[in-house]
Design a protein around this ligand. Structure first.
Ligand code: AMP
Ligand code: MG
Length: 404
């Protein structure tokens, strides 16, 4: 049995990435970038008004100003602002020549005959000045202050989110190079499980892992290939795994990995030439988690209990899938204080406990009876880690939390 950190490193260090494809920008969400994205222009591309107001010269602010032009966004100013002159300007419009500040509409008074006046005490304009380089920012966004031509704006290896798509759109990318998503097979195993549309007889339960894994993959933007239930018979399970091996990059099995007489998965994987890189991890739930590799194909034998399967997918399968997709995946661990005392009987494994966030910033365990208790998991917003060796936590002790 190995520690979680070792298992995690084994999964992260597979040293293999899936090939690259071009996808239209609007379909790129959830892929990992396989190229650096550069800007073909300065942003903003011109000195731009940050507000609706009047563009003028700061030294003229105590005087009446003559409005010599109206500048809408998207139009090039025709005139140069001279002494005691201004141009009415809209947010996003180009600052005219001669102007060095924009006073906002709310701080002005119209005097008639195309004249306006600044209504604030003049020194106040300096109060809101933000030094950007050496230039005072007086409601002006300066050319290139956000992005310069040639800057890398999104890095290779980034998991593409909506905000990255905005950046790439703004620098003119209509398609991007990404790693393809892995083809992933889902195969639950077990003689006692039946598909959800069937009413189980007295010794059976419904297959919840299959649907759960398909959904966990879908949340990552991966369409699973579902192969149906493999029965606890060597021949049948072997041929299903073989077929899945030929058609996929990754196979996710559940059940059949513990110490029972009919837990056949590890031996079948070995027979199919998978090298088993680990077969047990010091984590609860999910001790009998198996990870195997055959060339550039990978297999997880996840535990049969649904909470274990869920948690191990989050902890180990996700990093594998993101590594294959080209991302240097780092889980988002938030450190939060626990909202009440916590204790457990044994401390030989790391535990992950289903929990909820409280409004006052604590994390609190939900009622949870163990790895088959999917109802408890369904009520949780997060899981938090209790390290090996820790039996008790006091209210206020900090723990690593992962949103689920
Ligand atoms: P196993 O690892 O095959 O011994 O299964 C461990 C526990 O998980 C047993 O109680 C199984 O009935 C249960 N189990 C296995 N597969 C599934 C599944 N697909 N959906 C729900 N429970 C399952
Ligand atoms: Mg089983």
């Amino acid at each position: 049995m190995i520690k979680f950190e070792e298992a995690y490193n084994i999964v992260k260090n597979i040293n293999f990435q899936l090939d690259t494809i071009k996808v239209p920008l609007n379909d790129a969400l959830g892929f990992v970038l396989a190229e650096d994205v550069y800007s073909d222009m300065d942003m903003p591309p011109f000195n731009k008004s940050a507000m609706d107001g009047y563009a003028c010269r700061e030294i003229d602010l105590s005087n009446e100003l003559e409005v010599i032009e109206i500048i809408p966004a998207g139009k090039i100013p025709k005139k140069t602002i001279g002494e005691n002159q201004c141009a009415k300007i809209m947010t996003g419009a180009m600052i005219p020549q001669g102007a060095d500040c924009v006073i906002i509409v709310e701080d002005t008074q119209e005097l008639g005959e195309n004249k306006i006046r600044y209504t604030k005490p003049v020194p106040e304009i300096n109060v809101c000045q933000v030094e950007l380089g050496n230039k005072p920012n007086v409601n002006i966004c300066y050319i290139g202050e956000d992005i310069k031509t040639g800057d890398t704006v999104v890095n290779k290896g980034s998991l593409i989110k909506a905000q990255h798509i905005a950046i790439m759109a703004s620098v003119g990318y209509t398609e991007v190079l990404v790693h393809r998503k892995p083809k992933v097979a889902v195969i639950p195993t077990g003689d006692e499980i039946v598909e959800p549309h069937i009413k189980p007889d007295i010794s059976q339960i419904r297959n919840s892992n299959g649907s759960q894994l398909v959904a966990q993959l879908k949340a990552m933007g991966i369409d699973a290939n579902y192969y149906g239930i493999a029965r606890d018979v060597e021949g049948a399970t072997m041929s299903l795994i073989k077929k899945a091996y030929e058609e996929n990059d990754v196979i996710l099995l559940t059940g059949g990995v513990s110490m029972g007489d009919f837990d056949l998965v590890p031996e079948i994987l070995k027979a199919l030439k998978f090298e088993l890189l680990f077969q047990a991890i010091a984590v609860q739930p999910g001790k009998p988690t198996v990870f195997g590799r055959n060339g550039n194909k990978f297999c997880f034998g996840l535990p049969g209990n649904p909470v274990s399967s869920f948690v191990q997918f989050e902890l180990l399968t996700k990093p594998l899938l993101y590594s294959l997709m080209g991302q240097d995946y780092k889980p988002l661990n938030i450190r939060l204080p626990i909202g009440k005392d916590f204790s457990r009987k044994k401390a030989s494994r790391m535990s992950w406990i289903p929990a909820v966030f409280t409004d006052d910033g604590y994390i609190v365990p939900v009622e949870y009876h163990g790895s088959a208790h999917i109802r408890g998991l369904g009520q949780a917003q997060a899981i938090f880690a209790v390290p090996i060796g820790v039996k008790e936590l006091k209210k206020g002790d900090f723990v690593d939390v992962r949103q689920i």
